[in-house]
Design a protein around this ligand. Sequence first.
Ligand code: BGC
Length: 786
Amino acid sequence: MLKRRLHIPPESLYPVDDWRIVERRYSDRYFARAETGFSLSNGYVGVRGTFEEGRPTWSRGTFINGFHETWPIVHPEESYGLARSGQTMVKAPDATVLRLFVDDEPLYLPTARMQEYARVLDMRAGTLTRELIWSTPAGKHVAVRSCRLVSLEHRHVVAITYEVVLLDHSAPVTICSELVNCEDLPIEHEDRPGDPRVGHELPQRVLNAVVAEDAGGRLLVGYQAVNSGMTLGVGVDHIVETAMPYETSHTIDGDFGELAVTANAEPGVPIRVTKFVAYQSSRSVPPRELVERCAWTLDRSIHGGFETLVEAQRAHLDRFWDRADVRVRGGTSSARTQQAIRWNLFQLAQATWRAEGAGVPAKGLTGRAYEGHYFWDTEVYLLPFLSYTQPRIARNLLRFRHSVLPKARARARELGHRGAMFPWRTINGEEASAYYQAGTAQYHINADIAYAIRRYVNARGDVDFLAEAGAEMLVETARLWEDLGFYADDGRFHIHGVTGPDEYTTVVDDNTYTNLMARLNLSYAVECVRRLEAERPAAHSALVDEVELRPEELEAWERAAAAMFVPYDERRGIHPQDSRFLDREIWDLDATPPDRFPLLLHYHPLEIYRHQVIKQADVVLAMFLLGDEFTEAAKRANFEYYDELTTGDSSLSASVQSIVAAEVGHQERALEYFRFALLMDLADAAGNVSDGVHVAAAGGVWQALVFGFGGVRDCDGRLTIEPHLPSAWESLEFPLRFRDRQLRVELGRRTERYTLEEGEPVEITIRGERRLLAAGQPLELEHVVV
Ligand code: BGC
């Protein structure tokens, strides 16, 4: 049962709209939440939904994926092998600021009198627009319209138009376009001091400019981070359009740049400033060169103009929605559900579309919480969505993991292991989890990566990827498991001293999830090496040389997989989360006051660890990912047992609980969990949306729709579909990309339609029956859902 209630203050909800999120009045109370909700990003650059006119606050931010500072983690009590390299995503200079002065009075939203106000996130256009009419202190009326985008076409570009029209009187007007280094703002959330998830205050200033140039109003700045040595270039340029005479002045230093446009404005004559911004970051290129690159990008953007960016933006999103849009009809609030689904899917596009050569931070580029780190969230919560909708991006993200394999090898050696050990949280490939119990000990990330490789390869049939990068990662992760585990007296292979996905129980023996996933990792590594040997002998020999693979290793992995110990409690008919989990006292969740959640903020870890209480799906996640490993009876029994113990304190839990609830026949609960995941951010279900989007939860929403209610499973490259349409819904429709085919699934209460829109015929198993789908011959099935 859902242990946390959704408290949705009605005034905090946006009006229902198919494709847009519309804010109809300015709210000072919800500004930080709204900044998250109205964030724009392309996976490389992200800007929070700040107001152009500025508001000095901790929450504003522009982020560049991977641009980070490092700092030494100081452990007051040292131990061997603890993570040393703190990594923190640094706020890049904020270029969203355009201040407006009429009669020298500033437009400042918290205090301004506004006659009209609307802010619109358009999820098809990929733009954020705001229109308002301001009554100035002198009683003049001014229409202000802004529109911004973070380009999906040109990953380095952010562009904003800002248009001002005096409606009734003339007045001097100044528009100050700024570039502000805001890294010194405190990061601490005003309402939740001490929340460890928020992020780390950097010990020193990071962005000291080494280049600051004003080339005739074009502002160019270059930085080098003090410790990481990473470099950043930022460039800003403008187009001013108006039928009135105007003047400009400009200035720049390392922390502040400005272009001011001044006119004696006449009523009815617009003045429009279009601001183009370019960001470039690197690990090795000097700042001066990055600044030059920014200048080229600006030349191109100015030449093409804002409208060209708008058109390209739409074209990218057309492609995205064509492959990703999930439609739901029916139910009391289906229009709101639809809107929220789209917002979540839009977040997935924003977090990943141009994340080339980098991972996906837990908050995407919408906030600095979790320090901008990449976790298993990418492999388990995003890769499935990407593999079946945008496989190009799935491949890029897996390639990023491959790029940090050398560091994972070094980390394994440091910890005395063979193979590779991927970091629990990282930006640069090194382990950054200071709290090893809930960090480094989550060895399962190695198997999560292996699982994601398998899913991607199955969904796309991409053996080339296995040959180029996948098999190498599989070999090294398999080596790790074989080294980490051991044969006990019972002859079984055990894995001790690890933490599973549930962070409320740490450093345990034989975590069921870990053991099952490790088993899959071991056997899939063997399968892939043999497959390459048979199908790509050259790639196989290269692999054998590269990783010095010995034939007896494969046998050892097979042996370990076959002997893997999987905890099972005969009496209860369930899989214990780990070997001692059921011996612990049960936490009384019903007696826990609502204001003591999440438990991690209110109880000492020891108090939590000594109880049976769960932060997030663990065995239940294993049942979703590895459904074939569990009997129907065990699935039901496990679900019911763990459901009672699960707090849902992690945003990664509800979607998985929804999927398994749908599978084991708890339709109401499936819907309840789905709703919780769906509104995680739009209704601030977890209470911390101001820190940024829960990107994994957004991925979970897609999974709950397609794998949960849609009942889709991929069994070794064969699609099966066992729908569980909620009784409150009339229909559910979604596209799926599968092995160069484009499929569409439409599930109704009475009929179901399966269409192959593109590609060669394909066999899928629907409700246990094999069916052949061919292009132009949709399969219609009569089916009555009770
Ligand atoms: C969860 C982890 C997750 C991390 C980042 C934590 O609260 O327990 O599973 O990877 O958040 O989203």
